[in-house]
Structure formats: C-alpha cells, structure tokens
Design a protein around this ligand. Structure first.
Ligand SMILES: C[S@@+](CC[C@H](N)C(=O)[O-])C[C@H]1O[C@@H](n2cnc3c(N)ncnc32)[C@H](O)[C@@H]1O
Length: 497
C-alpha cells in the first residue's frame, strides 16, 4: 500500500513551511488524503492554535493504520474516513474544500496497480484536470492530480513525493499539471545520499503550490536542494514561463560542481553519441532459464553452437578489463552462457533432442508465457547482440557510480550493462591503430563522475542510473585529442543516414 511514515521532525518542518504560505487570519480547513497515523495532522496541531482549525479531514484505506489513528486522535476535531480516497467524491462548495492540504501519498509503482485500477484512475484524473497521466505513473501521481477538486481556491497544497518525477518520462504530465493548472510556489529536492526514508528506494522532494481562482503563469517559483527545508544548500528563483515539462527539473538545483553546459557548449562538444552506438544488454525474459553455468549446459547436454558467452552481473566482474582465452571466452571466475537459438521448433524437435527436452522443461515451468517470451517468435529466441568492446555498468551508488569495462571477449551482456559499439567514424580510426580503443577507454575513465551523474537520474539512498540516451549525451571532449582531424559535422551528418 505504499506505506512510508513521515518522520515527525520532517512533518513538523513541512507543516511550518506550509503555514508560512497561509494567510494568518484564515481558519484552517485541513485535508490529508493518505493519513497513515496522522504525522501531518499531529504537526498541524502543534503549529496552529486549536481555535484556528475549523475542520480536519483524513482518508486512510488500511484499517491497521486507520483504526490506530482513530483511537490516537479520538478526542481531536478530526473526521477520519477509513476509505479509498481515490473513490471518494470531492465536495462541490468552495467553502467545504480544504485550504491546507499536506500529503505524503502512497508510493505504489505502476506495475503494482492492476489494469482496471489504472484505467479508472487515469479516467478520473483526466476528468479532474484535463491531463492524461502516463501509464507508467505511480499511485502518488494520481493522488496529486485527484486532489485538485478537493482544494479550495487559494488553498495551499504541500506534497512529499519521490523526486524522480522531475526527471523520468512519466513525470512530464505531473510537471505539466504544476505548470498549467496551479501556481507552483516551491520545489525542494532532498539530498539523495541522505534520504529521509531509509527504507524507501526513492529520493524525496517536497512541492508547494496554490490553487488559484485563475491560473497566473507570470510568477516565479523557488527551487531548492539540500538536507534541510529551512536552510537548503542551493536556492534558485526560476521564472516559470522559462520552465518546460520536458526539462529535467533536478538539474535546476544540481550542485555547483555538476555544472551544466550551455546550449552552445553542448552543440560544440564531442559526445558519446558521436562515436558510439549505445544499447542496453539483452533482456532474456527469464535469466534463470536462459542463462546457464557451464556445468548446467553440460548436464542438459546443450550443444555449444547454441551457447553464447554472457557476462555475470557487474558485482561478479571485479576487474575493469576482461581478457579473453583462445576461444574468445571471458577470463573471469563466474562463466555463464546464454541459450541462444533461433531455429524453428519443428527443426529442434527433429534434430536437437537434448535442446528440445530442455525447452519442454521451460514450457512446463510456464517460461514461454512470460511477458517477453510471449512476444517473441519462437518464444525462446533472443535479441541479436554482438559483443561490444566497451561496457558501462549504469546503476550504482557512491561518488563513482558507473564503471567502464574494456571487454576483449566474445561475451555479450544482459541488461545490467550498457553496450557501447564504435560507430563507423570511430571504427575507421581503430582499424588504423588497434591500440586506440585502450586510449579511449582510459580517457573515458578519467571523465569526472559528475558529468555522468548530472545526465542521469538519482533514486533514494543515492542510487544513480544512466539510460542509453543519457549516456549518449555526456561530453567526451577529451577524446578528440586522440582522433586527429575528426570533424564533428561529419560524424553528426553520418549519423543522420
Ligand atoms: C506514504 S504513507 C503516508 C502516511 C502518513 N500520511 C505519513 O506521512 O506518515 C501513505 C498512506 O496512504 C495509505 N493509502 C494507500 N492507498 C490509499 C488509498 N487509496 N486511499 C487512502 N489511503 C491510502 C497507506 O495505507 C499509507 O498509510
């Protein structure tokens, strides 16, 4: 149910900052649509005098929390509904709507929402705001948009949500809502390495906006970053008319060392995409079935011709250079093979009895009905990938999250690596001087990690990720020195064809 309680100190900090946006004489009408045990209600009672609170309303779907909260606040002036908020009817009168909403909504990722629930939520959020949320949106996005009709004109809303909405694709419609339907006041991004929720794999952000009677798009909003709401490390006042929902908002408050290039600098500098084709490694659909140790392959008597060497996960590859033996196999401790056969079933049945038997065991385990397998023909076939000389481990923590591995072997990789293939323009240089690839690998390893971090995305607990498109965008200007007479125009024009 996406349950992560707000630490009381943080709830208090958030409630204080929200109070500062509220006109002091007004009576408070408070709503928390994902009440839990009432972290925000508790904070509200601490900072507003009781006589200033007109009413308070909470929704909580989980009776474990709801009944505990009911008894905890039994003597308070609180209406707590033990219901699914997304099914509740908003009030129609402005005076019955909340003028302060504070919420830490459930963190339920989209793949845990059933298709029916998703369909219903998408429909009502669209009816409520005119915005069609992406199917990849987590439940918190629906909560955010659904409360639009619960908030009074001039009411202030404050949301503690995963900061990833600022950068990921599904966040675009959330940003659209913040830019077009309400007046955004402030967006604070917590420092992901000091995540406020140790147990949630999300970095947190807090947003404040006002629901205006009439949308005013001339204003500025404050973007801040750091561990504290009161004393952030970075604060920037940003003109909202210059912001777009397509931008990565986390970059607006990137720490100074993550300096972001201007548009012109970006145009002029050499990027990964100029020299490399970047692909994610293959998604097998069922690693346990398709990836085998040499002993398993031998036990099942699987023919070598259908076994492609594949690297284990980066944590089993300690060196950043992988040598090959005389057969092109990687010289590493944990050797693995991908079962890779595109022959039609009837041919396998006739000519490859051992492989046929192994595939039948897959059918018995229902592997053929797994999502990826179901969408392949035949179900056991794998995407074609040639081995790549350079690999990038695109998920990692700490200050140096990404590794670049120089691969001499014929092993391909699963999707825990990005595979970097030299484009023609680079391959021509390598053909003339085979040692160049090593030079390039060394130079790439010298690139300041922040250049990668700034292009990628970050999750709570400091987990950094870099998608192929994001790596493509990173500058590799230093490599120009080993590529005499390289013309950028030439490489970019070539890639158009
Ligand atoms: C992230 S927790 C936050 C709890 C509390 N507001 C706090 O800040 O500590 C989200 C809460 O929403 C509740 N919840 C999940 N789905 C809900 C729904 N559809 N309607 C109402 N509450 C829901 C969960 O049970 C959980 O208590």
């Amino acid at each position: 149910m996406g349950q992560f309680a707000t630490p009381p100190q943080l709830a208090l900090e958030i409630a204080h900052a929200t109070k500062n946006l509220f006109s002091s004489s007004d009576k408070v009408r408070f709503l928390d649509p994902a009440f839990g045990t009432g972290a925000f209600y508790g904070a509200l009672l601490k900072i507003f005098p009781a006589q200033q609170i007109d009413w308070a309303l909470g929704y909580e779907v989980d009776p474990h929390y709801g009944t505990a909260a009911k008894s905890l606040w039994s003597s308070a002036n609180l209406q707590l509904e033990l219901k699914d908020f997304t099914q509740a009817q908003p009030p129609s009168e402005n005076s019955s709507k909340a003028n302060i909403l504070i919420c830490n909504p459930p963190y339920v990722r989209h793949h845990h929402l059933s298709p029916d629930v998703k369909k219903r939520l998408r429909k009502i959020t669209y009816q409520t705001t005119g915005i069609q949320l992406s199917g990849l949106s987590g439940l918190y996005c629906y909560f955010l948009l659904l409360t639009h009709k619960w908030l009074a004109d001039d009411g202030v809303a404050c949301w503690l949500i995963p900061g990833e909405f600022m950068d990921v694709a599904y966040g675009r419609q959330v940003k659209e809502y913040l830019l077009s339907n309400v007046d955004l006041i402030r967006v604070h991004r917590f420092n992901p390495s000091g995540s406020k929720f140790d147990d949630a794999l999300v970095s947190s952000a807090v947003l404040w906006f006002r629901k205006p009677a009439q949308h005013n798009n001339q204003q500025k909003a404050q973007f801040s970053f750091g561990d504290s709401l009161e004393l952030p490390d970075v604060v920037k006042s940003i003109n909202l008319s210059s912001l777009s929902s397509k931008q990565k908002w986390s970059k607006l408050t990137a720490a100074p060392k993550n300096r972001i290039e201007t548009g012109d600098e970006k145009e002029a500098s050499l990027r990964f995409s100029d020299l490399f084709e970047i692909k994610r490694g293959i998604a097998t659909g069922a690693n346990k079935f398709f990836i085998l140790t040499p002993e398993q392959a031998q036990n099942f008597d699987l023919p070598d011709s259908f076994l492609t060497p594949i690297l284990p996960s980066p944590r089993f590859v300690s060196a950043d250079e992988i040598q090959a033996d005389s057969n092109g196999l990687p010289v590493i401790e944990k050797r693995l093979f991908l079962l890779n056969c595109a022959l039609p079933e009837q041919v396998i049945r006739r000519e490859q009895p051992a492989l046929w038997k192994y595939l039948q065991s897959g059918i018995e385990q229902n592997i053929h009905n797994r999502y990826l397998c179901r969408h392949r023909n035949p179900w056991y076939t794998q995407d074609k990938r040639a081995p790549a000389p350079l690999l990038c481990t695109y998920m990692g923590r700490n200050e140096q999250p990404f590794r670049f591995i120089f691969n001499h072997s014929q092993a391909i990789t699963a999707n825990v690596y990005l595979m970097l293939y030299p484009k023609d323009v680079l391959q021509r240089y390598i053909n003339e001087d085979a040692s160049l690839m090593r030079e390039i690998w060394k130079l790439i390893r010298q690139i300041e990690p922040n250049n990668f971090i700034a292009e990628g995305r970050v999750y709570g607990g400091g987990l950094h990720k870099l998608e192929p498109r994001e790596l493509s965008n990173v500058s590799i200007e230093s490599i120009r020195n080993v590529l005499p007479d390289l013309s950028l125009n030439q490489t970019r024009q070539m890639s158009l064809f």
